[in-house]
Design a protein around this ligand. Structure first.
Ligand code: PA5
Ligand code: MN
Length: 190
């Protein structure tokens, strides 16, 4: 607790970086199973392994009332008609909610209930805030032409549970149609 004042407070909304904070990098090959269009994924993965997104994670303390936060940056791009996206997860402590604030760029969040129902597409970008309720799977995608950066704040005890999504993926996908993001029922990707 006593070191909280020493946590770097500055982030760059253009890059999503914070000096002195661990940076998680996710590359295309890390996202196998996320994209519905497996042929487009395999073709792109054979051609290269671009950086898709980064998260600078700040975890000052882990008490009952503490908060963690991450500054995320998703690159612009698509695999087939699906936008570059995060893996997506539920919180290990299912009741934990999260607030996302958009810092730069344009994107969408895909929210679904724990059982894969009640899919909804919510805009996240500069000047937009998204409240992710507890028991809600969440995935973020960049629908624009410049990096999407955002900050997500959640209870320190939330934890990230990727297992359910890795097994069944989201029920819906967000794809580009005539220059716009639309949500469609997805097929299982694995
Ligand atoms: O905690 C969050 O919800 C975010 O900081 C995410 O970790 C970030 O968007 C990256 O997504 P994911 O954890 O699904 O890879
Ligand atoms: Mn989360």
């Amino acid at each position: 607790m006593k070191d909280i004042e020493k946590i770097p407070a500055a982030f760059d909304p253009a890059t999503g970086r914070m000096d002195g904070v661990p940076l998680t990098q996710r590359f295309l090959h890390d996202l196998r199973g996320c994209f519905r269009d497996t042929a487009a994924f395999e073709k792109a993965a054979a051609e290269g392994n671009p950086l898709i997104y980064t998260v600078a994670g700040v975890e000052p303390a882990a008490g009952d009332g503490d908060l963690h936060y991450g500054v995320g940056m998703i690159m612009p791009g698509r695999i087939g008609d699906e936008y570059y996206m995060t893996k997506g997860h539920l919180h290990s402590w299912r009741d934990a909610a999260e607030v996302y604030c958009g810092l730069a760029g344009d994107g969408m969040m895909l929210l679904e209930d724990e059982d894969g129902g009640n899919s909804r597409m919510v805009p996240l970008g500069e000047g937009k805030v998204v409240y992710v309720p507890g028991r809600t799977a969440h995935r973020t995608m960049n629908t624009g032409t410049v990096p999407l950066t955002y900050i997500g704040v959640y209870p320190a005890k939330a934890g990230h549970d990727y297992a359910a999504i890795a097994q069944r993926n989201f029920s819906c996908v967000i794809v580009e149609r005539d220059g716009k993001a639309v949500m469609l029922p997805g097929e299982k990707t694995r």
